[in-house]
Design a protein around this ligand. Structure first.
Ligand SMILES: Nc1ncnc2c1ncn2[C@@H]1O[C@H](C[S@+](CC[C@H]([NH3+])C(=O)[O-])CC(=O)[O-])[C@@H](O)[C@H]1O
Length: 331
């Protein structure tokens, strides 16, 4: 069973401590809910990951664990076979003891777009909402964050994260908890909160923004990355059914609409720092994710449209600061 003991130990002296009272029962329920799925099988694989402490790690320019010199060719092949049991690998890439986990997404490209615009993470406490396999969390640590907490309810992402963490060393102050944002109490604690690729999956986007605000300390920074459409502050796409074959996409606003929503949620200093149409090279089928990918989600005759005829995926990064709470908004 995956243990969250290093998380409990490390936050015992932090301003997140009051959270510890409710957390064990929520995590216990998550483990009970998943005991009949793939989780027990993946936990057995995790328990086989006994490898020497890596001779080098890099989280500054990549996520690299081990130079590749420590393992024999046979040991490397065995490790690769174990890591392949966690396929499909969607968010990465990871370089583990010389094994290149070539993931569906070039998550490093997103990080390159985002990192140059945010307040330096040095000594900050960070929350990454919808963190996936945790790729960006390692890069946040590499940028000097004091502690990084990620939440994501997916059991496969938790196991991929745990695999990398067991190989990198469990002492690193980076933790993934299998929770949805709606399960967090208002912590008012984090210096920076990231929500990247999550807003369009939420049925109530304004509530999502308020939940993100509730996790920040006053003056803390929100980094919001999401799908957008072109248009003015009244433009919002609500797909009739699927969007890019995804059946869980609810609201895709324009940048102007999103900035208005943030203002209404009492954020200040709201800036759109990047927009970017997703390139076919950023999201594609690989040896570690052999299923359909972006090219199959777009109209083969016109890649500016999805197969459903909507504008092809365009993403924006917006940064905003948590203002003093406005009592009028809280109800
Ligand atoms: N209620 C929820 N609370 C928290 N997370 C959730 C919730 N529901 C779904 N998720 C998680 O949000 C993530 C969205 S993926 C972005 C990954 C990364 N951030 C990236 O920027 O590459 C984008 C995509 O795959 O479309 C998934 O890992 C879900 O499990």
């Amino acid at each position: 069973m995956i243990s969250f003991s290093s998380f409990y130990q490390q936050i015992a002296d932090s301003n997140l401590q009051h959270w510890l009272e409710t957390l064990p029962s929520i995590l216990g329920k998550w483990q009970r809910d998943h005991k009949h799925g793939n989780l027990p099988k993946w936990e057995k694989v995790l328990n086989k990951l006994h490898y020497p402490a890596p001779d080098q790690v890099d989280f500054v320019d990549s996520v690299t664990v081990g130079s590749g010199e420590q393992l024999s060719p046979g040991e490397k092949e065995k490790l690769e076979n174990l890591l392949r049991l966690f396929m499909p690998w969607r968010k990465g890439p990871f370089h583990i003891h010389g094994i290149h986990i070539d993931t569906e997404w070039r998550s490093d490209w997103k990080w390159d777009r985002v990192k140059q615009h945010i307040s330096p993470l040095k000594n900050r406490t960070v929350l990454d909402v919808g963190c996936g396999s945790g790729y960006h969390m390692w890069r946040m640590l590499g940028s000097g964050a004091k502690r990084v907490v990620g939440i994501d309810p997916s059991p496969l992402f938790l196991c991929q994260f745990e695999a990398v963490k067991r190989l990198a060393g469990t002492h690193h102050p980076v933790h993934l908890l299998p929770l949805g944002i709606e399960e967090l109490p208002p912590l008012d604690a984090f210096d920076t909160v990231f929500s990247m690729g999550v807003l369009y999956h939420r049925r109530s986007p304004i509530d999502h923004l308020l939940q993100l605000r509730d996790q920040l300390r006053t003056g803390g920074e929100l980094v919001l990355e999401t799908l957008v459409i072109d248009g003015d502050e009244n433009a919002v796409l609500v797909p009739q059914d699927r969007y890019g074959k995804m059946n869980n996409v609810w609201f895709i606003p324009s940048v102007a609409a999103l900035m208005l929503w943030l203002k209404k949620c009492d954020f200040t200093d709201i800036r759109c720092v990047d927009t970017d149409v997703t390139a076919l090279a950023e999201q594609r089928r690989t040896d570690w994710m052999p299923n359909e990918s972006l090219v199959e989600y777009l109209d083969p005759n016109d890649i500016t449209k999805t197969v459903e005829g909507y504008p092809a995926p365009k993403r924006a990064t917006i940064i905003a600061v948590k203002n003093q709470p406005n009592q009028d908004l809280i109800s």
